[in-house]
Each structure stands twice: as C-alpha cells, then as structure tokens.
Design a protein around this ligand. Structure first.
Ligand code: AVJ
Length: 321
C-alpha cells in the first residue's frame, strides 16, 4: 500500500482528568474504602503493568495478542480501507501494531491514555515504525469524557479499539455508560472490544497473585505514589496485597489490607486503619459471550463476529456502532 509522506505527530498535551488528592481523601473517609484503579498508572505503575503482561500467570495479554495475530486479516477486512483507529487505554501500544500491519492504508491512529509520559514515549516509538501514519496521542481519562478530535479528513470510518479487558475495571452501570458514549463517538463505524472471559477461579486467582509478586508491587505502588505525590506517610510495608475472585459479582477484586492497627496522614488529615481493614483498589469484571453481547445491544451497538480461543480464555468482539 502507498502511504502519504510523514504527517505531523501532535504531542500529548492534555492534562488527565481526575484529582488524586481529592479522590484519595474521599476514599479514606468512606466506608468501605474504595479508590479508582486509574491511579495505578503513574510512570512506575505503567512500567509494572507492562511487567504483569509478561508474567506466566497473566494469560489475558498473550491470549489477546494471539487472537489479533490469528485473525488480523479478517479483522482488517471488517475495518476496511482508509480507517481512523481510536484506541482507549492504549498503554505501551503493542497490540495496535498487529492491526496496523494488516490494515489497508490506515489514515490516522489516535491513542488515548491517562498516563501522559508513558503515552508520549510509546507514541513516538510507534511513529518511528509507521512514518506514513498520522499518530495523534491524547492524554485523557476516557471514562470521564471522550475528548475525541474531529474525524480525520479522508478517513472512511472511525473504528474504536478497546483491548485488554480494561472495560472490566468499570462497574456494569459505568461500562454501559461508557459504551453508549463510545457508540455515539463512533457512529457509522465500529468498536473492536477485547474482554476477559469467566473461567475456573483458580486460573483467575493465579493471574492476580503471581509468584514473583509483580501484581502485589503494582497494587502497593498506589501507596508509594501517594507518598511521592501527595503529602502522605503510608508505611507501604504495613499493607499487603489481597486479590480474590468474587464469583457472585463475576469480578476479581484487589485490595490493600492493613497488617495491623495503624494511623497515617494524608494532606494534613489523619486516618486510622484497623488490622485487616482494606482499601479496595480495583475490580476486574469477567464476561460471558452472551453477557457482553447483551450489554453491547443495550448500549446501542449491533454485535457482529466474535473471535475467541479454543480454551475460551479471552474474546474479541466486533460491535457495529
Ligand atoms: C488493565 C484493568 C485489564 O484487570 O486484569 C492486572 C489490570 N490488575 N493485574 C486487569 C490488572 C492486576 C488489568 N486491566
């Protein structure tokens, strides 16, 4: 395919929404104590997450990459020529390469991510490999609002890519609201959505309790981040990583559990933790094929083909917007 000469890459320059200090104070004052997982992703957290994706126990990344590699041509056929691709929660931009390599003349790629420095570096590296593609990184909390630029001139359609089962971080109500919003932004195009599937709880448990302790470090980094960025004095060794599958709610929960009764200060305010008390840091919802399609229909999409592996670990859904 012939690509135009190198187009300009606009640097990531929008401040991410969200207020770590205010949200942490609110979480500590609430019962139960619960904080959004978006605060995991400072530079250190983003690097730890990339390490999680390489862990032997953490199957979702490998399963999804294998699906993308196996079905790239078919997916590219669904996307069609001259498309603009918008990726939500783009991270290190590994998965998109499999799609870009299969696509017929993609016009523009717009990765959205909350982690600014990480996104800028990844976008720069991607741009080097695809000199003819316009790459426009946008730093954004896409769960709060979708600050999408106008569709690129010359783009036949706009297709969203939301891989990694990141949608599993949202409650069912939030996921529905996000999908409705994404559907409006992508109308006339489609969303390629990757979701982790309900499976044997022991497999899920291992994926979030890896032997090397990387997931524990990722979870505990939230307290380190608070100490670095907020006026906080968490004793990181006074908390332990706790992750388990909540079967009735179809989700893995991650918590930081206090090892002992302790007091700490954040932004001049004092808080107490009892022994065993937790800060709930993440939900990771798991889906069934039917459940996801039902959710997509509710949000106004028309489900198309879905690609899954023989073990039923992970699923990529094509949803017409
Ligand atoms: C990026 C939200 C999809 O839920 O599996 C990995 C984050 N947390 N290990 C997930 C995560 C602990 C991940 N998502």
């Amino acid at each position: 395919t012939h690509r135009p000469a190198a187009l300009v890459s606009v640097p990531a320059n929008r401040p991410p929404a969200g207020d770590f200090a205010a949200d942490m104070l609110a979480a500590l004052a609430a019962r139960p104590r619960c904080l959004s997982p978006k605060y995991f992703y400072d530079e250190k957290g983003s690097a730890l997450f990339d390490q999680i994706c390489q862990l032997p126990e953490y199957y979702p990344t490998r399963a999804e990459l294998a699906l993308l590699a196996a079905h790239a041509a078919e997916i590219a056929g669904q996307i069609g020529p001259d498309a603009e691709i918008v990726e939500f929660g783009a991270g290190s931009l590994r998965k998109i390469r499999l799609l870009l390599d299969a696509l017929d003349h993609p016009v523009r790629y717009v990765p959205l991510d909350i982690s600014g420095a990480h996104l800028a570096a990844s976008a720069k590296a991607l741009q080097r490999g695809y000199p003819g593609l316009s790459v426009l990184p946008v730093v954004a909390d896409y769960t709060a609002a979708l600050p999408l630029p106008q569709k690129a001139g010359g783009a036949a359609r706009r297709v969203g890519f939301f891989p990694g089962s990141t949608i599993g971080n949202l409650s069912p109500a939030e996921a529905l609201a996000f999908l409705k919003q994404a559907g409006r932004a992508l109308r006339g195009g489609a969303l390629l959505l990757g979701v982790d599937l309900v499976k044997d709880p022991s497999v899920l448990h291992a994926a979030y309790n890896d032997a090397q302790g990387v997931t524990a470090a990722f979870n505990l980094n939230l307290l380190g981040r608070a100490n670095r960025e907020l006026d906080a004095d968490f004793d990181v060794s006074g908390f332990v990583h706790s992750a388990f599958y909540n079967a009735p709610l179809q989700r893995v929960e991650m918590h930081l559990m206090s090892r002992r009764a302790q007091r700490l200060r954040v932004c001049g305010q004092s808080f107490a933790f009892a022994e065993g008390e937790t800060l709930h840091t993440e939900n990771s919802y798991k889906f069934t094929m039917g459940g996801l399609r039902e959710l997509a229909v509710k949000a106004g999409f028309e489900p198309g083909p879905a690609w899954t592996d023989p073990q039923g670990q992970f699923c990529l859904h094509w949803l017409q917007a």
